[in-house]
Design a protein around this ligand. Structure first.
Ligand code: C2E
Ligand code: CA
Ligand code: CA
Length: 687
């Protein structure tokens, strides 16, 4: 209570009243003592005068004279009775007032002296009534004064309390309301005392500033959210559509397929996929050029769109391959009709970029659920059927049949030989540098990516697309990645000891590792066995890892991150890419897919998307690496856009260890052209 201003004012008021009362009491005490003393003095003087006047009467024992003198006391009202006594103390004369003496009386005696000798005494009985009355009157007056004073002080304290305490309380209440409701439109009332009025005005001004700032902030957030939403839409569109033809792509197909399957199951009907591969497209492309090829693909896309029903999903799967999803197929003959109309539409006499050409395509068909129950098995069946069409002389339609499905020789070869190759060193680690995107020449190396190569005894050097899909069908994929991982850690550990600058390595991990926790232990073992600091290892994975079981994938990623290994999201912008993942996944880096970089100079939408992604990544403190940088123009655009790191043929193609180290040595320590965050020049120590 005493801590509040109001409490203090009240306490001060009470203290002042008490002090007033106390000092009044002391004063009154003194005053009444003074009155009493004056009264006694008065009595003294009168008795002394009497003793002097009466001395002759006492000396000569003259009672009449003494009586007369005593009677003169009548005019002194406080004297009640008096007597004169002789030397022996025997009464000589007496006088008494007629009225009854009041209770409070006092007796006084004085000697009567003649020439210094006691000749007798005078005695008087004196009433204190007068002095008591005066004292009472004094106390009454004082009491009234004290009450008035207390009232004035209490009133004063109340007024001060009202003038200061109340406005302060009101101010504190309003500030509390602002705090709890977040409503900055509230304002404090302006109190009368100027100091407090100033306080309240300043408080209001502060609220106004906050309110304005809030409004600006809110508007900014709204704008930014709208921008992000637009970006997310564009991004989604790009992820689900082919940039060249605008047709849906493989990712959209994967997304649509489950609902097509559900519908087919519900209605006990079939759906089909047709796979169209243009005949001789490679020749056209090679002889007439890529631009012409692109024009041709656009023409094909247009013709497919007009030839088919609106509800059929037409996807470009890459290159000159198109897939058409046809729902609600009653009988296989319907597929023949659709394939026929596609071929007719394509075959129309065509002029592309001034050249007259004939377009034909081979088509394979597969039906759900007879020829496959998921996208990959359906696609594979349609693929086999399509190759059968090609085998029959192109420009044909073939519906898949079980008899066509023979394990391909190639697949058998991979699956039989890969295991041995893993053990006899035929699986090699090739390296490609990642460089800082700053304007440095020679480039500043910030790390490297490991890419697998199979040095096959008869088929020569095989890139991953020639063996990884088959390895993924068997248990070999895990072994392959573990192999690469262990060797990559060993190499990184050597660089850690011999290079002046850190040289992190990035390893690609297949999606299968994200279905259980085994990879976490393997990573830990590889780091321990090679004594490699976890900070020098990065794993690259695609968003596809999240499809099988997102929650397990998330847990595995979190565990990997806890080891201290960094995580890069590969092929960002392809397929399932969702901006949402950027916020939720525990990742450090995103690698912009090659297709972005390749279309960056021709496609304004992609340019905007790259800029948007970069600004988003900056907000989330993610590093952005651009993949597949092949030209100076691409490099310059990416530099301007604020991309952090780059990778691509422009710097170095994936190379075997010796060539990679040779390149590092040639690149050498770069001249310092200004600060570059997280970028270090690398050079190999030679002996
Ligand atoms: P990725 O992770 O996106 O690797 C980049 C690919 O782009 C590599 O293909 C590389 O050779 C190629 N590349 C680099 N710079 C350029 C350029 O400037 N232009 C063009 N056109 N291409 C460039 P590569 O080596 O054929 O690997 C293909 C994919 O195979 C990789 O794609 C990766 O997903 C996978 N892969 C490679 N090694 C492994 C591995 O050890 N384990 C797993 N699970 N996957 C791997
Ligand atoms: Ca990669
Ligand atoms: Ca990639």
């Amino acid at each position: 209570m005493l801590r509040t201003i109001r409490g203090r004012i009240v306490a001060t008021g009470i203290a002042m009243i008490l002090a007033g009362l106390l000092s009044s009491l002391v004063l009154m005490q003194q005053q009444s003592a003074l009155l009493k003393r004056a009264h006694r003095n008065n009595v003294d003087i009168q008795l002394n005068i009497l003793a002097r006047n009466i001395s002759a009467a006492v000396l000569f024992r003259d009672p009449a004279a003494a009586d007369e003198l005593l009677e003169a006391l009548t005019e002194h009202h406080h004297v009640v009775a008096a007597q004169a006594l002789d030397q022996a103390g025997e009464p000589l004369a007496e006088w008494q007032r007629e009225t009854l003496p009041p209770a409070d009386v006092e007796q006084f005696r004085r000697p009567v002296l003649v020439d210094g000798e006691v000749v007798g005494y005078v005695e008087a009985v004196v009433s204190n009534a007068g002095v008591n009355k005066a004292t009472r009157a004094l106390w009454r007056g004082a009491l009234i004064v004290m009450i008035l004073m207390s009232l004035i002080m209490a009133g004063g304290a109340w007024l001060i309390q009202r003038a200061v305490g109340r406005p302060l309380l009101a101010l504190s209440r309003i500030s509390d309301r602002v705090r709890t409701t977040g409503n900055y439109r509230l304002r404090a009332e302006i109190p009368r005392p100027p100091e407090l009025a100033m306080l309240a005005r300043n408080f209001n001004a502060m609220l106004e500033t906050i309110e304005q700032r809030d409004a600006i902030l809110e508007r900014d957030v709204r704008l930014r959210t709208a921008e992000l939403e637009r970006l997310a839409d564009q991004f989604r569109h790009r992820a689900f559509h082919d940039a060249l033809t605008g047709l849906p792509n493989r990712a959209l197909l994967s997304e649509r397929l489950p609902s097509a399957i559900a519908r087919a199951n519900r209605n006990s009907c079939h759906f089909a996929v047709l796979l169209l591969d243009l005949d001789n497209f490679k020749n056209v492309n090679d002889s007439l050029g890529h631009d012409f090829g692109d024009e041709l693909l656009k023409t094909v896309a247009d013709r497919l769109t007009t030839a088919l029903r609106g509800q059929d999903l037409i996807c470009r799967m890459g290159g000159d391959e198109f897939l058409i999803l046809l729902e609600d197929i009653r009988d296989p003959a319907a597929l023949d009709r659709v394939a026929g109309s596609i071929q007719q539409a394509l075959w129309r006499d065509t002029a592309v970029a001034g050249h007259r050409i004939e377009i034909t395509g081979s088509i394979g068909g597969a039906i759900y659920p007879d020829h496959g129950t998921d996208i990959s098995s359906l696609k594979r069946s349609a693929d086999i059927a399509m190759y059968a069409s090609k085998g029959r002389g192109k420009n044909q339609f073939t519906l898949f049949e079980k008899s066509m499905e023979q394990p391909t020789l190639y697949r058998m070869m991979v699956q039989n030989e890969l295991r041995d190759s893993l053990h006899n060193g035929a699986i090699e680690l090739w390296f490609q540098p990642k460089v800082a995107a700053s304007a440095h020449a020679p480039p500043l190396v910030v790390g490297s990516e490991v890419l697998a190569r199979w040095n096959h005894p008869t088929k020569g050097l095989l890139t991953p697309d020639h063996f990884i899909p088959y390895a993924e069908e068997t248990g070999l994929m895990r072994e392959l990645d573990y192999h690469i991982l262990r060797h990559a850690c060993a190499q990184a550990s050597i660089w850690h000891r011999t290079l002046e600058q850190p040289m992190p390595v990035a390893v690609n991990l297949s999606g299968i590792h994200f279905r259980d926790h085994a990879i976490v232990e393997v990573l830990q073992e590889a780091l321990t066995a090679t004594a490699l600091p976890a900070s020098l290892l990065e794993v690259e994975l695609t968003e596809a890892v999240l499809i099988a079981d997102p929650s397990v994938a998330f847990e595995v990623l979190t565990a990997i991150r806890e080891l201290g290994v960094s995580i890069a999201l590969d092929d960002f912008g392809m397929g399932y890419s969702s901006l949402h993942y950027l916020r939720t996944l525990p990742i450090d880096t995103i690698k912009l897919d090659r297709s972005f970089v390749q279309s960056v100079l021709s496609n304004a939408v992609d340019q905007r998307l790259i800029e948007g992604i970069l600004s988003l990544a900056a907000g989330l403190e993610l590093t952005v690496v651009a993949e597949g940088v092949e030209t100076i123009e691409q490099l310059q655009f990416l530099q301007r856009a604020g991309c952090h790191q780059m990778q691509g043929y422009l710097f170095l193609r994936p190379s075997p260890l010796e060539q990679f180290e040779e390149w590092l040595r040639r690149t050498g320590p770069a001249p310092d052209l200004g600060p570059v965050p997280a970028a270090q020049s690398v050079h190999v120590l030679t002996d």
